[in-house]
Write a protein that binds this ligand. Structure first.
Ligand code: ZN
Ligand code: MN
Length: 495
């Protein structure tokens, strides 16, 4: 952690996170039920295993373990020789077996870290552990919320979807840092190809927040456990996005600081983030919260994972790639950042930069393509199959077959709006660059047809030349290069 001065008399927030992310596997973690369930009817993606029927036995999905090991490598975690599964017992209708299969004393990842950047400063956030577990089902409260509903429906389609629970050290000092961490975590997980941020409910965050006096926080070594234990903390649940996390924790920080400054004690409790109202509300405290009676899951043998670490490779991660793009292609920090925003964008950029000038490739991918996609609320993944066509457009510009202006303002936009390939659009719109003969004829015509402008030009009026350039551009349907027209006109006018 970088040293950051903390005012001695200040109240400081200390925040730690438990983040649940859904791992992208084809099937659930302990059965063969599909995880691709677009708008499925409730309880249609279930089987005896994920419904917890008596006698049904779990079989561990190798793909979920592979994903977890890749995450471990990316966050530089210790991956043990052997990892084990436990049963976490609690009685709740979203859990048909009466327990959740999770990991307890031998999680797949321990002692990792992730670097974030906030306000130009880098800091390292410790990750205590990251373990595999199954998602419970989902409850749908009818006619009200959990306290006021008439009745509740349960859908087990989600039950058994693979999750990774990532537990951080209490290393955050502000809601802004939490937001940066979640964005970074998602970015890394997406680079690994184990996570899809666009999937509903793919990220869920619980946060612990306490307020301590600035004297008790040393930002180099963090905060000692006893101090943290003695400060009352609240656990904020039900956060489902980075923006939500930042808002919820900023709210909670202010609420607790206000209480302390007014001499009131902060209750140790669980609070629920109400996204629509933008506040946290106290939840009924659950009894025996800690007593989950963990015991070994006897139906799953311990798993030897140490050699998986050598076997599995991970792609270059976003921070490294950003640095390399700057060094290798001489890109600005901003361009390198845009071009590494997702692995797909970075891969495509490198593809284009391999054949064409890296700066031209950067302009076309970062500014033009991403800009137009963004304007249409689209991502590069929406045009994955058409990337060859975009490369062809860059080629047409590089080879001077079409003006940059027409390529940007007409061809690219029509490619996205109409779905045509660049050549078809150039043909249809007559955008092929005018050949020099055609431009020369247009220049002669413009001079012949506009004697007043020619006279003004000779009288030294600057606007006259621009007018004549405009005339030529009009005659050539915008397909001439304005700079070349300008030059040719001057030549002719001076003859
Ligand atoms: Zn199943
Ligand atoms: Mn969990």
């Amino acid at each position: 952690m970088t040293a950051q001065a903390v005012q001695q008399d200040e109240l400081v927030a200390v925040i730690g996170l438990e983040v649940h992310v859904q791992l992208e596997t084809d099937t659930k973690i302990f059965c063969g039920c599909s995880t691709e369930q677009d708008d499925a009817e409730p309880n249609t993606y279930t089987c005896p295993v994920c419904l917890g029927l008596p006698g049904a036995l779990p079989v561990l999905n190798e793909a979920a373990v592979e994903s977890a090991v890749k995450v471990g490598k990316a966050i530089d975690a210790d991956i043990p020789e052997e990892t084990r599964f436990h049963r976490k017992n609690y009685f709740y209708p979203d859990l048909p077996k009466g327990f959740q299969i999770t990991q307890y004393d031998a999680p797949v990842c321990q002692d990792g870290e992730l670097e974030i950047e906030v306000g130009g400063e880098r800091r390292t956030v410790g990750i205590q552990r990251a373990h595999l577990e199954e998602d419970p089902g989902s409850l749908q409260h009818q006619g009200g919320n959990i306290d006021t509903a008439d009745y509740t429906l349960v859908d087990y389609n989600r039950a058994g979807v693979p999750l990774m629970e990532i537990v951080t050290d209490p290393d955050f000092r502000s809601a802004e840092e939490v937001r940066a961490f979640l964005a970074k975590l998602e970015e890394v997980l997406e680079y690994l190809g184990v996570f899809d941020s666009a999937r509903d409910g793919s990220l869920r965050v619980d946060a612990n927040l306490s307020i301590v006096s600035g004297e008790e926080v040393d930002d180099v070594s963090g905060i000692d456990e006893a101090t943290l234990e003695s400060a009352n903390r609240t656990e904020v649940k039900n956060i489902s996005s980075h923006k939500g996390a930042e808002k919820a924790l900023a709210y909670e920080e202010t609420r607790q600081k206000n209480a302390i400054q007014r001499g009131r004690e902060v209750e140790q409790e669980t609070r629920h983030w109400d996204e629509t109202r933008g506040i946290t509300v106290s939840m009924r405290s659950k009894e025996a919260e800690k007593d989950y009676r963990y015991f070994r899951e006897a139906d799953l043998p311990p798993l030897q994972v140490s050699d998986w670490k050598e076997k599995l490779s991970i792609p270059e991660l976003p921070d490294d790639r950003r640095e390399r793009f700057r060094a290798e292609y001489g890109l600005s920090e901003e361009a390198a950042s845009k071009l590494t925003s997702t692995k797909q964008v970075a891969d495509f950029y490198e593809d284009v930069a391999e054949t064409f000038d890296p700066d031209l490739a950067a302009t076309w991918v970062a500014d033009n393509l991403l800009g137009e996609l963004n304007y249409r609320d689209m991502a590069i993944t929406d045009v994955e199959e058409r990337l060859d066509e975009f490369t062809r457009l860059v080629e047409l510009v590089a080879e001077d077959e079409i003006t940059t202006k027409n390529a940007e303002e007409v061809v690219l936009r029509e490619m996205l709006d109409e779905g045509d390939d660049p050549e078809a659009i150039i043909e249809r719109e007559g955008l092929g660059k005018a050949d020099s003969g055609e431009v020369e004829v247009a220049v002669e015509d413009a001079i012949d047809e506009n004697p007043d402008a020619v006279e003004d030009y000779h009288a030294g009026e600057g606007g006259a030349l621009n007018f004549l350039v405009g005339q030529v551009m009009q005659k050539t349907g915008g397909s001439a290069d304005p700079g070349a027209v300008n030059e040719l006109l001057r030549e002719r006018l001076e003859e």
